[in-house]
Design a protein around this ligand. Sequence first.
Ligand SMILES: [Zn+2]
Length: 422
Amino acid sequence: MSTSQPTPLQYHSAQWVIPIDGPPIEWGFLAIEGPHIHSVGQYADCPPSAQCPVPKPGSLITPGLLNTHIHLEQSFSQPIPKEPQQSFIDWLLAVIESNRSRASSTDKLERCRFGVQECLQSGVTCVNDIASGPESIQALQEAGLRAMVALEVFHPGYEPIQIAHWLEAYQKLQQASALAPLITLGLSPHALYNVSIPAWQALQRTLQPAFIHTHLAEVEAELDYLAQKPSAIDQLHQQVLGKTFRVEKPLPSPVQGLLDNHLLSQPTILAHAIHTSPTDRKALGQVPVGIAHCPRSNLALHGRTLRWADWESTNIPVGLGTDGRLSTATLDLREEARLAQRLHGWSDAQTLRALTLDGAKVLGQARQLGSLTPGKRADWVRWQAAPDSARHCPEKQVLEASTSVQAVMIDGQWRYERTSPC
Ligand SMILES: [Zn+2]
């Protein structure tokens, strides 16, 4: 008869432990049991046998940050800036042209590794990635970063639907992630203007992904295209694919197009959502969707972003995403948060919540991630604030650029530890 030994608890401490699902704890501890969070509390209440280290002044512990929209394959060292007079479509065409010479699997893997490290070093423990091949899965596995990875599909045509081609691509991702428990596979029809409704329906039905991740209502041209009006999307299709396409019947909006064709019945992450109406948002409140809000990318590419006043009273979760490194200078999610806070007047606590628990809700992972709640996965970050930050509330200390990531744990394993002095 075998007797299983209980997993020993691992204690960590900080001047501030910020669980998100409750108020910050000053001079607190966090106890880990294997891959799970066991408990949080006051350092003074640690059992004598816990061997909990004395909390260091200026140290903070939070849940890991969740990046709800990223393209790791685009982790180029420099973004491709959009010129002020350049349209989004012209910028996209320039990007496609520039990427032709950098599309080898080796190049992609190198960029994914670079992007994964940048995420870890900025306190991100889970990413929602869009991938054209298995390279990002390899890079994510090597680093132990948790991820949802969706196969990006472009299929604006109707007949014949290229099921075999996309099934083969999806199977490559399945093989790459077969032994990766931290990775969940999904499908990313790029956007309704780049994937026809019959193709979207057929692929969703055949591939049976765990979730859908798509770009929604990002550009005004998308609305014109779906309404069967002339639009810059025609120019995009003509130049990239050599012909234009036309939707089968006019759609009142991207949201209504998805809803009317039963494409939002399973968990779906909608990136950008800049152009939506009150009718759209009311309807989105009835289906399992979350919004990946990417203010830096939106301002850089479109000069505008979603209006927070439109979303704050809905029950639809809104998290933060960096988008790819083609449109943003870094993958540091706190930079995204600081901009969102300035644009929307968010409080420090609300901003930190958007980075953590709200991000987990967007990804449909709030039962496992996003707060230091006993039983959730042990994904968390230890930060060190600069001495002059001490006068601020702990949430603000975490958000400040001078506060550095000291260590990152994912699923109970150390995945990053800062070696240089802070
Ligand atoms: Zn994107």
